[in-house]
Design a binder for this molecule. Structure first.
Ligand SMILES: [Zn+2]
Length: 593
């Protein structure tokens, strides 16, 4: 694990461990600009702990909004500080920490050695024990408060902000480094009397300050929430068995169809994570493979997918904080949790980086699960435009030389016909509609398009990928404005025949045989008018949602951050689709309906 330390003052600590911001809290956040701008008061650890403890008594929702009162610190400036400081390991503080708790990079071995060190130096400490006093094994287990635990936030010690050898306090949910005497966890135990801690790597549970390990079956549910892992058999059943689960507060949820917390402006990210978490082969791979030697991007994506599908979660939603922090770092702040971005930009960046982090080749095709699932081939014919004739002639291929190239794609861009600029009064409120199949004619190898002085024709090649990603290009930017095309794309979520857009190749596919695809995820955009006082115009706020197919029930679910609702398959197309994931059907199709 990479060594990461940061010098940050105490007031940021709450941000690092702050609980998910509930929808309610987020709305308050938006209203209360003045509060956000105000300096954040430094809350001493004990004060926040009391806060959390109070809040938990009032149930889940209030606990979140309460704890979120510290969460305002997610503003851009501090986010930047966090990222930069994390990268630049603070040497001075690092030395102090090494002295205090040790900084072994190899967790398993490190922790073992570490434990010995700690226990040896503990011999001088009067209360140090290697085992519980007889009959007192369960003494502190009653103090564990599962309602405050979700382990979704980045595992940084709330005092040192180090990610090395981190323990979670099972009483208040905060993270602390080390467990030896002088460690932050040790002092937390002495200062506030919280005694039970779990190591975030080894998942071993210890009682502090005594220092002995607790082995008790009743802790297994906590260990599962830290790192939910299903067996191969269970994963293979995810799309077949209808499953319902109940969280700690008795709320019913469907594993795989849980809310994702919008911590500040990460709805663009949530819709993409959910889309990818429903691409079965990708999901299964990230749920079952061992990624311990892979970069954090891969490990954290795997953990997030496993949490989304967790059938024994304490909360019926997940906060994607850990993965987002890593993405913010890796993308040099192009994608953060504090500023909305374009989901299509994000998925392009993410799939490429995921591919590389999985050891995929930059040149060789099919070298990672990402390419195996999404990559296809395309024939591109291009010809210089020479005709000076009338406009009607320009779109025909002439006798000039045609260059033919094969290129690979992960995503296909579909262009919308220009929305009419001037409409009479009657037509003004009519939103134009276009069938998806007519957008796909771009790839039929017959129609051509102009790019600068080139004329191009496209045709897909066999074999088509297992999953097709369509980007419906709605947003365009020129020098002055960014424009949005509100055209509605109509489609049926079942039985899209892709064969008309593929170059015949009898060796790979029988001619005239359809190639069926079914929709699995549909990312939609909604423009919401909102007055923006700073520029004194009405600006459109972008709202992103994702519609997902629940395969086991053959139903559709729409997720917008924490909100999860069933939707009718017939109305999916009525929203502005931006990104769609289609899955190739394996079994022989029924006759075309
Ligand atoms: Zn605590």
């Amino acid at each position: 694990m990479a060594k990461r330390q940061a010098e940050e003052s105490l007031e940021n600590v709450d941000a690092a461990v702050a609980s998910p911001a509930s929808k309610k809290a987020r709305v308050e956040d938006e209203i209360d600009e003045s509060e956000r701008a105000a300096p954040i008061s430094a809350a001493p650890p004990s004060a926040s702990i009391n806060g959390s403890t109070d809040a938990k008594a009032n149930g889940n929702v209030s606990a979140q909004s309460h704890r979120h009162s510290h969460g305002h610190v997610f503003n851009r400036e501090q986010d930047e500080r966090r990222g930069e400081d994390i990268l630049a390991a603070a040497d001075v503080e690092g030395e102090e920490l090494e002295e205090a708790v040790g900084t072994d990079d190899e967790e398993d071995e490190g922790d073992a050695l570490h434990g010995i060190d700690e226990d040896q130096s503990a011999l001088t400490a009067p209360t140090r024990q290697i085992a519980p006093t007889e009959g007192y094994n369960d003494l502190y287990l009653d103090t564990i408060n599962r309602a405050v635990l979700d382990f979704d936030f980045e595992k940084l010690c709330s005092i040192s902000l180090s990610n090395i050898n981190v323990y979670a306090c099972l009483v208040c949910g905060k993270y602390f480094q080390g467990r030896g005497p002088k460690s932050h966890a040790y002092f937390h135990a002495l200062d506030v009397g919280h005694h039970v801690y779990v190591n975030m790597e080894t998942k071993k549970v210890y009682v502090l300050p005594e220092g002995y390990e607790v082995k008790n079956k009743s802790l297994d549910d906590i260990k599962f929430v830290v790192d939910p892992r299903l067996s191969r058999e269970e994963v293979m059943k995810l799309d077949k068995e209808q499953k319902s689960a109940w969280d700690l507060s008795g709320r019913k949820y469907t594993p795989g169809f849980v809310g994702l917390n919008n911590i500040k402006a990460n709805d663009y990210f949530n819709v993409i994570v959910h889309s990818l978490a429903h691409v079965s082969p990708l999901r299964n791979y990230f749920m079952l493979e061992d990624f311990t030697s892979r970069p954090q991007l891969v490990q954290r994506f795997s953990t997030l997918i496993r949490k989304i599908w967790n059938p024994r979660a304490f909360k019926s939603h997940v906060s994607p904080h850990e993965l987002l922090q890593e993405i913010s770092l890796r993308s040099n702040k192009r994608f953060t949790l504090t500023e909305q971005a374009d989901p299509v930009d994000f998925i392009s960046w993410f799939l490429n980086n995921l591919h590389l982090a999985l050891g995929g080749s930059k040149t060789k095709p099919g070298t990672s699960i990402v390419q195996k699932v999404f990559q296809g081939k395309l024939k591109v014919e291009s010809q210089q435009i020479t005709a000076r004739g009338d406009a009607g002639d320009r779109l025909r291929f002439e006798d000039a030389t045609v260059h033919s190239d094969i290129s690979r794609f992960l995503m296909l861009t579909l262009d919308l016909p220009a929305a009419p600029l001037f409409q009479d009064e009657v037509e003004k409120n009519i939103i134009p509609q276009v069938p998806l199949t007519s957008l796909l004619t771009k790839y039929d190898g017959i129609r051509s398009q102009e790019h600068l002085n080139m004329r191009k024709r496209y045709r897909l090649l066999h074999p088509l990928p297992q999953h097709l990603l369509f980007h419906i290009k709605r947003f365009s930017k020129n020098k002055f404005v960014s424009e949005r095309n509100p055209t509605i794309v109509t489609f049926s979520p079942r039985s899209l025949d892709m064969s008309p857009y593929v170059e015949p190749n009898p060796a790979l596919h029988p001619p005239a045989e359809p190639i069926w695809y079914d929709l699995v995820a549909n990312v939609t955009h909604e423009a919401i008018r909102r007055r923006d006082d700073s520029v004194e115009v009405e600006a459109d706020a972008k709202v992103w949602r994702v519609q997902l197919r629940d395969k086991s029930r053959d139903e559709w679910v729409e997720v917008q951050d924490l909100f999860v609702d069933r939707v009718s398959a017939e109305t999916l197309f009525t929203k502005e689709s931006v990104l769609q994931v289609w899955e190739k059907r394996k079994t022989a199709p029924p006759s075309k309906r």
